[in-house]
Ligand binder design. Structure first.
Ligand code: TYD
Length: 136
């Protein structure tokens, strides 16, 4: 059985009297070429998002403000992360189920992605996700 393909990345921070700055470069700070970014915010209490895996896409999730919980799982393992630090990113590799929940009112979740948006890369049905893993 494969290990869960997730990891916390600690970004370098430039901290001075003028504030904090976190630079992120492709291959330097995240293990892929960043082709797309998007961010999620204004998520109402009780809302749970995600409920999918990706066939090829790699992503790094960074909660740049506030906090959010991320559930990740495959067939054999499940891990829950609380993101609440703009200097930490959660890498999520292909064929990993994810759900995002418990967004704080002020949460802004920034996502760096290795590919352009492609609806065909999504696995939205949990049974199909399990089948995809078993076929790997
Ligand atoms: P979706 O991936 O379902 O969000 P989540 O997994 O966080 O619940 O995306 C929500 C909507 O936004 C959906 O209509 C597709 C659209 N979307 C884009 O147009 N481009 C993108 O890069 C992403 C991630 C989503």
């Amino acid at each position: 059985m494969t290990d869960l393909n997730v990891d916390i990345i600690n970004f370098k921070i430039n901290l001075d009297n003028y504030g904090s700055l976190v630079p992120i470069e492709s291959y330097e700070d995240v293990p892929f070429d960043i082709k797309r970014i998007y961010y999620i915010y204004d998520v109402e209490k009780g809302v749970r998002r995600g409920f999918h895996a990706h066939k090829k896409l790699e992503q790094v999730l960074i909660c740049v403000r506030g906090s959010v919980k991320i559930l990740t799982k495959n067939l054999s393992e499940e891990k829950i992360f609380e993101l609440n630090d703009p200097t930490k990113g959660l890498y999520i590799g292909p064929i990993t189920w994810r759900e995002m929940y418990d967004f704080s009112d002020d949460a802004v979740l920034l996502v760096l992605a290795s590919e352009y948006y492609n609806v065909n890369d999504y696995i939205r049905n949990y049974d199909n996700f399990i089948k995809e893993i078993k076929g790997c």
